[in-house]
Design a protein around this ligand. Sequence first.
Ligand code: GDP
Ligand code: MG
Length: 310
Amino acid sequence: MDEITPQSTNSVKEFRAGFVAIIGEPNVGKSTLMNSLIGQKISIVTPKPQTTRHKVLGIFTNEESQVIFLDTPGLLKPKYRLQEAMMNSARAAMNDADLVLVMIDAVRAKNSSAKEHELEFQLLQSITKSAYLLINKIDAVEKQDLLPVIAEFSAHYPFKEVFPISALNNQGTSELLATIAKELPVHPPFYPSDSISEQSERFFVSEIIREKIFEKYREEIPYSTTVDIVQFKEEKGSKDEIHAEIYVERDSQKGILIGKKGLALKEIGQLARKDIEQLLGRPVFLKLFVKVRKNWREDDNWLKRLGYSE
Ligand code: GDP
Ligand code: MG
């Protein structure tokens, strides 16, 4: 016999909104997941005053919920100040969040020893919220390879649920979003769903440039690079003019970034400009400058200026 489901046609669903921290080493697929979840619906707003500009990754809003994803800069061994600052910032993001997503790379997890995950395990100890384990890139491993990985990570934290996903192929991602949305507290939206502020535009623009640099120079220019938007001018009747300074630590890195006859930098600029124009929905003129600032990673004031420490 069929079950009768009550139809609540005129009941108002309670809106849910909250903050979700994504924890994961570089290259596990955080940005890809954001693109997959938020896609064209990305809406950028000024982060709350008490959060640094490095924290809001993306905001998903629909009729029922608003999920604000907080970025946590990549996890690295706290050898340098920057890495310490990153760890602190990951902890801070977790504190601000209603939910935590711990994201790992299935391929890397399968091929690495427990020792290589020490830092992640250490960070798991400081989670005080509900957390989900996201095992990404399942398109690139066999199903049976996942079980030992799940067992290993679950031994270090009582995850509420485990989501094997492929951010690249949108596998399991909409289920993930639905689960997250249900888990958030009943709360009105924190941000208007369609407002874009200049401050956050700047942030996303610098992230796009950084992304292009990482994509091109994964090994050579790892965490020595940071991007500062020094000019962001809206020109009436002509293209916006954006000037960005890219900071590296050594002259040799500056040389690599600029390339022969400036061709490498030109390529970065072209790729970044395309994405920036798509993001802003208007044409821009992007000018990049490469500067050397020795040991910027050790400089507290500089880290603060770039939003790494509070
Ligand atoms: P992030 O540093 O954590 O933001 O990682 P990215 O999103 O930049 O992804 C790092 C690399 O992993 C990129 O080359 C992605 O294309 C790739 N990647 C991300 N998600 C998947 C996935 O589900 N499957 C596969 N095979 N590759 C992925
Ligand atoms: Mg990323």
